[in-house]
Design a protein around this ligand. Structure first.
Ligand SMILES: [Zn+2]
Length: 70
């Protein structure tokens, strides 16, 4: 099954996180929004990031879906 890896970096302390989801998991967790939020495990701060930089593959998959819907 195809999986997508979301890679984020805390803007505050630079702690990196990686989460892998299936397409179904991505849909549930992120939908097709361009932005999402993550909580830093180090400083416990919530930060917003752009899906395009965190997981380009998912961003592109969403764009394809959007254009198919018209
Ligand atoms: Zn942090």
């Amino acid at each position: 099954m195809k999986t997508y890896t979301v890679h984020t970096t805390c803007p505050d302390c630079g702690t990196q996180q990686e989460q892998t989801h299936t397409a179904q998991g991505m849909e549930q967790r992120y939908g097709s929004g361009d932005k999402a939020t993550a909580t830093c495990p180090q400083c416990i701060k919530e930060y917003e990031y752009e899906m395009r930089t965190a997981c380009l593959e998912w961003d592109e998959a969403c764009q394809m879906q959007t254009s198919r819907r018209g």
